[in-house]
Design a protein around this ligand. Structure first.
Ligand code: FAD
Ligand code: NAD
Length: 397
């Protein structure tokens, strides 16, 4: 009987594991099943663009069928409900159960709301094709609503809670979209306000201060108002209340205040910290030699400074590659598994059209050069996943 490998989630980590496995395994060497909610993989790292409406959401998704080899990987479209690790089974929402010898969990993340009242109910978050389609539609609706109730200028206020990389990238796109919306809905651009609110004493906490300043200046010039060192304390249908008591009204609130691991992992009995499992050097969950976690659900530490690595696509992709090779070693019972050590190439964040900041290697980049680098990174991933064909199909150039 062939070894059964079940991969949950076709995100950066899960899909890369599947694509590498199909390259490395011979036919019939293992039975690989990939489970995902949708029949497409989405490019989370691009989602701030369709959320603002500067790119169509179809550009950010890839049919799973077009990147997997059906002779080697069986794709199941379904929503995972729970994992029964004792019985080596996964249950899907439709009641189907799948059994496994080895399990790869790549279910991504969920918004971390820190228990802030009203956030779950009244704020949007940038997390999937479905969520960003709703943000884009809502933004347009608020413009049309304002046209019918001109006394409600607050409909044209936008609050983006959290000035981490997601918040910064989103306000950059949003600021680019506003002039177009104002033209379409006959709105005076000076009526529109974008607030990016951050709890920490700086935007992009921990990032290079010179690049942070550059980013904030670019975004301010585009019309973004920063409120730094002012945590959001509460969210309601009409806006937010800050820790200092100030109330800001808005028609659109987008929460970009951080992420935690998918709650299915915790509900299935794995020990977690902010929803993430502290995995071993082979990405295994403690006490489970046959359960591997990749991507945002895996907590790994930088041995040099003892701090956790941030959850990024860059790391999820590398984990998928290493894990696929280790699974092949395990299936064949020959060779040695490789420890996972991230090879960080840098960070580049977009600030809207033609503008970005980044550190590549130890070189700081900004402006057009950084914007070009961001596109190169995006295309490199497409190439890794589906070769030149996929690059040409989804190219941003
Ligand atoms: P994901 O890519 O989120 O995939 C999870 C998959 O699991 C999805 O396909 C989802 O549909 C599926 N799934 C979830 N629940 C279920 C279920 N119950 N049943 C079945 N399937 C399910 N990182 C970078 O390195 N560089 C960047 O430039 C960058 N930019 C970003 C920009 C934005 C706007 C955002 C929001 C994040 C960005 N990140 C970036 C972070 C990066 O996107 C995440 O770290 C990465 O997506 C994590 O990959 P993953 O494989 O863990 O999960
Ligand atoms: P994050 O955790 O990096 O940033 C969240 C921000 O929200 C923080 O600055 C935090 O101080 C702030 N915050 C928290 N509570 C708040 C409150 N009550 N009021 C106001 N502000 C509050 O989360 P993210 O930006 O969603 O990023 C998630 C992960 O994805 C990170 O690892 C990030 O590096 C990665 N990412 C990378 C890129 C890129 O490389 N270009 C882009 C987007 C995201």
């Amino acid at each position: 009987m062939n070894t059964k490998i079940v991969i949950l989630g076709a995100g950066y980590g899960g899909l890369m594991t599947a694509v590498k496995l199909q390259k490395l395994l011979n036919y019939n060497e293992a039975q690989v099943t990939l489970v995902n909610k949708h029949n497409y993989h989405y490019l989370t790292t691009w989602l701030h663009e369709p959320a603002a409406g500067t790119l169509h959401h179809d550009n950010c998704r890839i049919e799973i069928d077009t990147v997997i080899d059906k002779n080697k990987v069986n794709f199941v479209q379904g929503t995972v409900e729970s994992i029964q690790s004792e019985e080596r089974k996964v249950t899907l929402q439709d009641g189907t159960t799948l059994d496994y010898d080895y399990l790869v969990i790549g279910l991504g993340s969920e918004p971390e709301t820190f228990g802030i009242q009203g956030l779950k109910e009244h704020a949007f978050s940038i997390r999937s094709i479905n969520s960003v389609r709703m943000i884009k539609e809502h933004i347009e609706y608020m413009f049309s609503k304002y046209r019918n109730e001109p006394s409600r200028k607050d409909y044209l206020n936008f609050i983006v809670g959290g000035a981490g990389f997601t918040g910064i990238e989103f306000v950059g796109e949003l600021a680019d979209r506003i002039p177009e919306l104002c033209k379409e809905f006959d709105v005076d651009p000076s009526f529109v306000k974008i607030y990016n609110i951050e709890a920490a004493p700086t935007a992009l906490p921990g990032f290079d201060p010179e690049l942070v300043e550059y980013a904030m200046n670019i975004l301010r010039d585009k019309g973004v108002t920063f409120k730094i060192n002012t945590p959001i304390k509460e969210c309601n249908p009409d806006g937010v209340i800050l820790a200092d008591g100030e109330e800001i009204k808005a028609g659109t609130i987008v929460w970009t205040g951080g992420v935690r691991g998918n709650s299915i992992i915790e509900k299935s009995g794995f020990e977690v910290m902010r929803g993430r499992v502290k995995v071993d050097e082979y990405l295994r969950a403690p006490g489970h030699d046959n359960v591997f976690i990749v991507g945002d659900g895996a907590l790994i530490f930088n041995e040099e400074n003892g701090r956790p690595y941030p959850p990024t696509a860059q790391i999820a992709i590398q984990q998928g590659e290493t894990l696929a090779a280790n699974l092949v070693v395990t299936v064949r019972g020959a060779g040695e598994m490789k420890k996972f050590v991230p090879e960080l190439k840098g960070t580049v964040a977009s600030l809207g059209k033609g503008e970005a900041i980044g550190i590549v290697g130890n070189k700081k980049i900004y402006g057009n050069t950084a914007a070009l680098m961001k596109k190169v990174i995006d295309h490199r991933y497409l190439y890794m996943l589906g070769g030149v064909g996929l690059v040409l199909k989804k190219s941003k150039f």
